[in-house]
Design a protein around this ligand. Structure first.
Ligand SMILES: [Zn+2]
Length: 217
């Protein structure tokens, strides 16, 4: 670096080095004549590094205590930061997801594969425990997405030739086996218990379209 001839130099009192008397090499200190610290930045950094290295445990404890004593202020600071940087954070999140898309899909696929049974059990249990909310959600979903649901059913039929008949036979057998005069809700519930409430979209639509059973809702 070419320095202007007017550059003043300053000798560091700690390591004895001589460097330009600027903020690049010395920290500011208004209490000292000249406005710069006596020791150079490099020496100060080296000291800090050594101190951190030799006092790791003590510093960890201090840090923990600080977090505990200021947990509310820290939480508030984080909340405000998230609020004020919402767009920036969303963008960062989006970029991260994009960059890790393949790895994530692969991880999710493997996870589903390895936890197939556990996932099904959990879904079933959740559905049993949240039956009303789940049914309300499903009803609303189908009302709002009728066209796309019907389209999915149509595509499924196209891609699974013959499966439709099997499905229909099973459904009719179920209905025949059921005692009394089941309502639309009864049969829906029956399908739900069998599928864990997960893949009943098509069943319900078929039921609705047969119009043999009157919906109680
Ligand atoms: Zn120095």
């Amino acid at each position: 670096m070419e320095l202007p001839s007017t550059t003043r130099f300053k000798q560091c009192t700690k390591c004895g080095c001589t460097k330009p008397a600027t903020l690049e090499f010395f920290t500011a200190n208004r209490g000292i004549k000249g406005g710069l610290e006596r020791r150079c930045r490099a020496f100060h950094r080296a000291m800090q590094r050594a101190y951190r290295k030799n006092n790791r445990e003590k510093l960890r404890k201090q840090e923990r205590r600080y977090r505990e004593e200021n947990s509310e202020a820290i939480a508030e600071y984080r909340r405000r930061y998230r609020e004020e940087n919402r767009e920036k954070l969303a963008e960062k999140d989006r970029r991260y997801r994009e960059k890790n898309r393949e790895a994530r899909l692969e991880y999710e696929r493997r996870y589903r594969e390895e936890n197939n049974e556990a996932i099904r059990t959990a879904k079933r249990r959740w559905y049993r425990e949240n039956r009303e909310a789940a049914q309300a959600y499903k009803r609303r979903y189908h009302e709002e997405n009728r066209a796309s649901v019907l389209e999915r059913v149509r595509r499924w039929r196209e891609n699974n030739p013959g499966r439709q008949q099997v499905h229909n036979r099973n459904r009719k057998a179920l209905i025949r086996a059921a005692e009394g005069t089941p309502t639309f809700e009864d049969i829906g519930a029956l399908f739900d218990t069998q599928t864990g409430g997960v893949s009943t979209a098509t069943c319900r639509l078929y039921l609705a379209s047969t119009a043999r059973y009157t919906s109680t809702t």
